[in-house]
Write a protein that binds this ligand. Structure first.
Ligand SMILES: *Cc1c(COP(=O)(O)O)cnc(C)c1O
Length: 374
């Protein structure tokens, strides 16, 4: 049987999760957030982003995010259009002085390294690669002015502890799928950037970056160095707009609203440790289940590198693609492995918006499907 024709297996209703969205981005948006958005359908949506109604929401999300991350004085939350992918180009223009080092351990971390390697104004990046399912460690080097780390490699489900290498290069972290679901220490980081459609349960299209005073100084330094930078990719322009609770060009207002609601939801329940705790509980459920089953095992062998927000589980003796198809036909969505990784695997989003009890229900559904298939 090819993965195109999944057997028709009907999962009993009582086994199903309350919400069937387990994707790793776009990921589950809380229905409550969407309800709140509907409530401002005529007072906020469709109004000017240069007026106070929208600026207040941007201000609220910037302040809320600073509180959530416990940022020291002098840090700023910057934001703009284009997502984390666009931020790689902005960093290539506006953060790297001469030479960067990249820890490359999956699809996303390798893409930033490629963007830098192609830039004619920079030296060749130093790229440290490790096998998929693991992460490499930064190596201090006096020629490096930016260390590019990734908090959570979404393609493989590997997360890393963020540690500042010795020396004075900026530590620039792609936290797209980790931010809001994993804890980190601002003392170890200079730029912590992400998109809203993963732990922050918003929609795509924006990038956000928490920037230390050293990072802001680097942005200023490069802006006055005479380097040519296209305006839409200019971090200095983004910085100047962000501190006025503005973006350089028009943002998606719904995304900003949902992001702010998610940040406030996290703060109301106890902040980052609470949000990260929900993901940690989901991860205990998923990996514990995989270890208990003969047909499943966690893909990441080192428990310390296993992600709490993106779970990857290898299956044996059963086609994972068919399992995902059967789940999809039953309303359980986006459990497919990252395509380019090429593993017989399920990949499960465990972001804070996803209820740990729904992760438990998902495992029961996989048990049911596999029993029916064999
Ligand atoms: C999703 C993701 C990206 C890309 O985000 P976009 O918003 O699509 O640009 C980059 N890095 C990581 C780690 C991701 O998970």
């Amino acid at each position: 049987m090819s993965t195109n024709d999944a057997p028709s297996i009907h999962i009993p209703r009582e086994l199903l999760p309350n919400d069937g969205r387990f994707g790793c981005g776009p990921s589950k948006v809380r229905p409550e957030g969407l309800g709140e958005l509907a409530a401002v359908a005529t007072s906020y949506m469709g109004t000017s982003h240069r007026q106070s109604t929208v600026k207040k929401v941007v201000g609220s999300l910037r302040a809320g995010m600073s509180e959530l991350f416990g940022l020291p004085d002098g840090w700023e939350i910057l934001l703009g259009n284009g997502g984390a992918t666009c931020f790689w180009d902005m960093a290539t223009f506006g953060l790297i002085r001469e030479r960067s080092q990249h820890l490359s351990f999956g699809e996303f971390s390798s893409k930033f390294a490629s963007a830098v390697a192609a830039a004619p104004h920079l030296g060749d990046p130093m790229v440290i690669v490790s096998d998929p399912g693991t992460h490499p460690v930064a190596v201090p080097d006096p020629s490096i002015d930016v260390y590019a780390l990734t908090h959570n490699e979404t393609s493989t489900g590997v997360s890393m502890q963020l540690r500042r290498p010795a020396g004075d290069g900026l530590v620039v972290v792609d936290a797209t799928s980790g931010a809001g679901g994993l804890e980190w220490d601002p003392a170890e980081v200079d730029v912590y950037y992400f998109s809203p459609q993963k732990c922050f349960a918003g929609d795509g299209g924006l990038w956000l970056a928490a920037c230390s005073p050293r990072a802001l100084a680097r942005i200023d330094e490069i802006a006055t160095s005479g380097r040519w930078v296209p305006a839409s990719l200019d971090l200095k322009i983004a910085y100047d707009n962000s501190i006025q609770n503005q973006t350089y060009n028009t943002p998606a207002l719904a995304t900003i609203f949902l992001l702010d609601r998610q940040v406030q939801w996290m703060l109301e329940h106890g902040g980052l440790s609470w949000a990260a705790g929900r993901s940690a509980e989901s991860a205990r459920i998923l990996y514990g289940w995989a270890q208990d089953r003969a047909f499943a095992s966690p893909y990441v062998t080192d428990p310390a590198q296993r992600s709490n927000v993106v779970g990857t589980v290898d299956l044996e003796g059963v086609d994972a693609g068919i399992v995902s198809k059967v789940l999809r036909a039953n309303g359980i969505l986006d459990t497919e492995a990252y395509r380019k990784l090429g593993r017989n695997q399920l990949r499960i989003g465990m972001f804070p918006a996803i209820d740990p009890s729904d992760v438990a229900s998902l495992t029961a559904c996989v048990d049911f499907v596999i029993a029916e298939m064999s």
